[in-house]
Write a protein that binds this ligand. Structure first.
Ligand SMILES: Nc1nc2c(ncn2[C@@H]2O[C@@H]3COP(=O)(O)O[C@H]4[C@@H](O)[C@H](n5cnc6c(=O)[nH]c(N)nc65)O[C@@H]4COP(=O)(O)O[C@H]3[C@H]2O)c(=O)[nH]1
Length: 692
């Protein structure tokens, strides 16, 4: 209850209990206090005072010492004994103002004392002041009790401050409310030097300090705010922040770790790499980066499902950790998953390509061992690109980008291997430049030809179409494989004029076959992504068809699966335009791209061509066989024609036939042939009937 400061009526006026056996004293005291805004109850002896205290619960008590039945000291003692939560201010009014009496009054719990003769003029002020102080103290006590924090008063040594000298029985100080029992549990020995240091900083600067430490084997986290209390003591307010810490840890974990494998993610790796570069600059601490990409992982994900893909990625992460010794104590190897099937390994302290190469070999060996995943025996091989600091880049971006390029070189070199950035890129860029220049020359001097590879229907064993495949006969180098020059033509943009030539040449050939046995063959032409995204392609196709007067039924476009997924909406639109012309569309290299099956239904396609990498080993590799069977089953459901590419032997043929494949293309029937040889072949009845 607070003392009213205005005449406002809402708060009830504080109640004063006055106990004195002298009726005159009581009357004057009542008069003085009522005038000051108090309500007053009176008692004429000690027992009555106690009874009235219990009955009225006054806000302040004024007790004469000498009263019949029970003296004021005893009444005060009994009042204190009843109180647990708050202490009512009690004045002892005594005629004796010797130090012993005053000391005794405080010891039994009095808040203040007044000596007779009572100073009537200041009585009300005194009572009001004590009541206000007591209210304030009660409020603070309530706060301290309600707070979940532990509070300690610490001395300059950071140890619990003895509060005995401040003690006043009955009316505890704030410091006394503060337990120091738990000091030893709260501040284990190792935390105390820092606490002591921070107490001293708080005392000298007056600025609050924060100390954090863990207890209970690291399971509980405490945060202590240290604020100066007086010249030599500080309050240490200790809060259990375990929940917050766990939350922060979780957020950190989500932001910086890959949730699937538990490895650091791209962000954290970027920081590690930045730190390594700084360290390398300071201390001549070289390092190497291995950029690891899994070959054919997308296939597993798409065909066997994401859960299998996840299991596999976890297994890969484990193997990477083990074979590089990343988890060993003091290891300077850091591994991260950058996303998808891309992992990266930072080899601290590695300063030569031999050492980096040896570790990359270990990774290749470890990862290419078959893995047992949910009852399947899976093989994923890695392609690894390596950069060395500082020769292959001096920023994290360039080092990673160059390692990525080197990884692609490893893929082009047949996968399951590693390539260094410097060597591969230097050789590659020189070679690439030569080829690019020579391709321009080849266009002008008619060095290209088209060969045609038959597609054979598996039911009738007759040739139903051919794929046009470009051939380049270089005047000095001889035949150059399209796998070598097409990617360069694509990178340099030369694929657009080359592709236009292919389309025109194929249409010219269709026209030339009009009066031969090949008149009904549909010719398929490969279209690169760079071509499909040029505005002219539709026009080029229309022109080529019109100028040779050929119908749409004679032409088919083959586009790769990865192209399909690049920009789904615009690809769907472009393909629809070709469909409207009446052209057939097939998806080349199916199984190697990233298409989800649900997407396939969005595209206006007629045929899926199973990539030869699945066909090659289907008779010896269960996974490949399973993938081919799955593609065939799916195509049947989607009502799509299927051509298996690269069929070389009878076992492959039998498998494909048994699983409902429609057509095959491959050396088993024929290699790609120049037009004259194709004409001769189609008339060859022996070959025609061999597998019918
Ligand atoms: N081992 C083996 N290989 C077989 C077998 N049957 C066919 N092949 C080869 O497999 C490739 C099939 O063509 P692709 O997947 O479209 O792959 C083609 C295609 O992506 C690209 N390409 C070829 N001609 C053109 C073209 O005119 N334009 C564009 N954009 N790309 C082309 O170059 C790639 C390679 O062409 P090629 O070297 O002619 O290689 C051809 C073909 O000769 C077999 O039984 N065993």
């Amino acid at each position: 209850m607070s003392v009213p400061t205005t005449t406002g009526s809402l708060p009830l006026a504080p109640l004063a209990l006055i106990a004195d056996d002298d009726a005159t004293v009581r009357t004057i005291m009542r008069e003085v206090l009522e005038q000051a805004g108090f309500r007053v109850e009176e008692a004429s002896n000690g027992q009555m005072a106690l009874d009235q205290f219990e009955q009225y619960r006054p806000d302040v008590v004024l007790l004469d010492v000498d009263m019949p039945q029970m003296d004021g000291y005893n009444v005060c003692k009994q009042i204190r004994a009843q109180e647990t939560l708050r202490a009512t201010p009690v004045f002892i009014i005594t005629g004796r103002d010797d130090p012993q009496s005053i000391q005794h009054a405080y010891e039994i719990g009095a808040t203040d004392f007044l000596s007779k003769p009572i100073p009537w003029t200041i009585l009300a002020h005194r009572v009001r002041f004590v009541l206000r102080a007591s209210d304030a103290l009660n409020e603070i006590q309530g706060l301290v009790r309600a707070m979940p924090d532990k509070i300690f008063v610490l001395n300059e040594d950071g140890e619990p401050h003895a509060t005995a000298d401040e003690s006043q029985a009955g009316q505890p100080t704030v410091a006394e409310l503060i337990s120091s029992d738990a000091y030893a549990d709260t501040f284990p020995l190792e935390s105390r030097p820092d606490v002591k240091h921070k107490v001293n900083v708080a005392l000298t600067t007056g600025k609050p300090q924060i100390h954090e430490h863990a207890v209970a084997n690291g399971f509980t986290h405490l945060e202590t705010r240290i604020v100066s209390r007086d010249r030599s003591t500080a309050l240490a307010i200790v809060r259990n922040v375990t929940a917050r810490k766990e939350y922060e840890d979780r957020i950190y974990d989500l932001a910086y770790y890959d949730q699937l494998t538990g490895l650091p993610n791209r962000q954290l790796f970027q920081q590690t790499l930045d730190d390594s570069i700084k360290r390398a600059k300071r201390k001549d601490w070289p390092f190497a980066i291995l950029f690891v990409d899994l070959d054919r992982f997308k296939r597993i994900n798409d065909t066997l499902g994401h859960s299998m893909g996840d299991t596999l990625l976890r297994a890969v992460a484990d193997r990477l950790r083990k074979c590089t010794g990343a988890d060993d104590e003091g290891s300077s190897v850091n591994i991260a998953r950058l996303g998808g099937d891309e992992f990266v390994v930072l080899l601290g302290g590695v300063d030569n390509t031999d050492a980096a190469s040896a570790i990359a070999d270990k990774v290749v060996t470890a990862l290419s061992r078959p893995m047992e995943c949910e009852g399947h025996r899976l093989v994923v091989t890695p392609s690894i690109g390596i950069t060395m600091y500082p020769q292959d880049g001096d920023s994290s971006e360039s080092l990673l980008m160059n390692a990525d390029s080197a990884m692609y070189r490893a893929k082009s070199a047949g996968r399951n291997t590693h390539k260094f950035y410097s060597d591969t890129m230097r050789i590659h860029s020189l070679h690439r430049l030569d080829i690019e220049n020579e391709l321009r020359e080849a266009m002008n001097t008619k060095q290209f030809q088209l060969y045609y590879q038959p597609k054979v229907d598996l039911k009738s064993w007759s040739v139903v179409g051919v794929e046009a495949l470009i051939r380049w006969k270089h005047p000095e180098r001889g035949w150059i494989s399209p796998s070598e020059f097409i990617p360069i033509a694509e990178e340099s943009g030369l694929i657009v004029p080359i592709g236009t030539w292919v389309l025109k040449e194929a249409c010219r050939q269709i026209k030339a076959w009009r009066n031969t046995a090949l008149r009904d063959l549909r010719v398929s032409v490969n279209i690169s992504s760079e071509q499909i995204y040029t505005d002219d392609l539709l026009l080029t196709v229309k022109d080529a068809m019109a100028s040779n007067t050929i119908g749409a039924e004679s032409l088919e476009l083959e586009i790769t699966e990865s192209l399909l997924m690049r920009d789904v909406d615009s690809t769907v639109q472009t393909l629809n335009e070709f469909k409207e012309l009446g052209l057939a569309i097939s998806i080349d290299d199916f199984g190697t791209g990233y298409s989800s099956l649900s997407y396939l239904t969005r595209f206006p396609i007629d045929t899926l061509k199973i990539d030869q990498s699945f066909v090659r080993d289907l008779h010896i590799d269960n996974d490949d066989a399973a993938i081919c069977a799955a593609i065939l089953a799916m195509a049947r459901k989607l009502n799509l024609n299927v051509v298996a590419e690269g069929v070389e032997i009878d076992e492959q043929l039998q498998f494909l036939r048994g699983h409902g494949c429609n057509q095959i293309q491959g050396y088993l029937f024929s290699k790609p042939l120049p037009p004259a040889e194709l004409l001769a072949l189609i008339g060859d009845n022996v070959r025609k009937s061999a597998y019918a």
